[in-house]
Structures are given as structure tokens and as C-alpha cells.
Design a protein around this ligand. Sequence first.
Ligand code: NI
Length: 259
Amino acid sequence: MRAWALPLAFLTLAGCGTQPVSHDSVVVAPPPAAVDPKILAKRLISQQADWPRSRKFDCKRLKCVALTFDDGPNEQTARLLDILSRRDVKATFFVLGQMVAADPGGRLTRRIVEDGHELGNHSWSHPTLTGLSQEALHRELKGTGDLVEKITGVRMRLMRPPYGATNDAVAEASRQQGMAQILWTVDTLDWLNRSAGVVAQRGGEAKPGSIVLLHDIHASSVDAVPAMLDTLARKGYTFVTVSELYGQPPTPGLTYIER
Ligand code: NI
């Protein structure tokens, strides 16, 4: 296992170049789905008990790869979940609080958990966390963590800072909120190249222990997934969640870019 404390200058260059998300529109969380509160509470308790629902893989020996999808959920996410489900592939979704809040009834967010994927915190509104006050930084993370817990019953153990921009303050806030910082090994640059072929090829170049960065808000990225899975499967890869990649949830406050 390799944990890194990377200089900020490097990280800001390695941009998670997502399209800017509006920072000034605060989305108010809708009430959780219309589920009987007693049934919901029961389901939440049962999910919390075995979260994250990790399967056991020995990624020291196997060729493991962790596919990660940022900035959702949105309407593309359902299609992606169908593709992953058909192939029994598990992945990790770094969600934005404002997207979770806009997800009708929290259905996609809940389905990510129910399908056995891992959820991670990608802040509420996708700001550069290193530029925020201590209070705003905590609010960005806690708002998303609390909303996801309310909807799904799980408390996220992973976070990914927008644009990969981190520093000591972000690491400390993540540690205090019980989350490891997860960056990436392979950047598919899928936000820049909206070509499924290009994205599939870049993702297919993962090495054992790689964390691959994708965005499930782009149709072309979702279109790239079947070919990427084919290529990696042909090379003998096992698809795991981030926690499965390390055999356990990574340590809060530390930064990870690969196994
Ligand atoms: Ni992002």
C-alpha cells in the first residue's frame, strides 16, 4: 500500500478538469424517497452494519483495477449502473452533494449502494477546497456526507477533492470526518475528449493497482465503459472498489493514488 502526501503544485496541474459546477446555487435537499419511515430505518441499519460491502480480493496477487466515476449522479448514471450490473462489475462513485440533492427521491444514490458499489464524497458544489475557509471546507464535506447518510444509511469513508487539489487543511478536514483522500493513477481526460474510443483506450492502459478516473455525467464516458471493460478483462483484470483494492477501507486523512 502506498500513501502519498503530494505537493499541491503537482496536484493542481493534474486537474480533475470537470466542467465548472455552479457554486452560488445552493440546492435544498428534497425529502428522502417516499418510503415508509419504519422500512427505511430498517434498511438503513442493515446497510450501515456491513458498509462498505467489500468482497475479499488479494490485490497483492491479482491484477486489480478500481474504476471511479466522479461528479454524479445524473441521468447517465442509471445507464452506467445497468452496464456494470450486467457484467457484475463493482466501481466507486464520488458524488457531489448538489447532484445527490437533485437526484429525485435519492433513487440513483440509493441504487449505487444497493448494487454493491462504493460511494465517496466529492464535496457539495465542486469548489477548489484549498481556497476555502476552514468552516466552508468542513461544510462542503459534511453537507454531502450527511445527505448521503440520510438517503442511503451509509457513512462514506472516502473523499476525492475536486481537481485533486489538496493540502494539509483538506487532509485534516478529511481525517476529522473519517475519510481517506483518493486521487487517481490513470486520468482518462474524458471531460476533455468526448470520444468513447479515446476514453476506452486510455482506461484500458491501467496497470495492476491503478485507480482510473472517469466522469459518469458524460454520455461518451458511459459509452466507453463496455470496451474498456472488455480490454481490461482480456488482460486479466479484476474490477474492485477502492476499499477492496486495499483490502480494507483506507486510512482517514491519508492520500492514495494507487495500490
Ligand atoms: Ni470532479
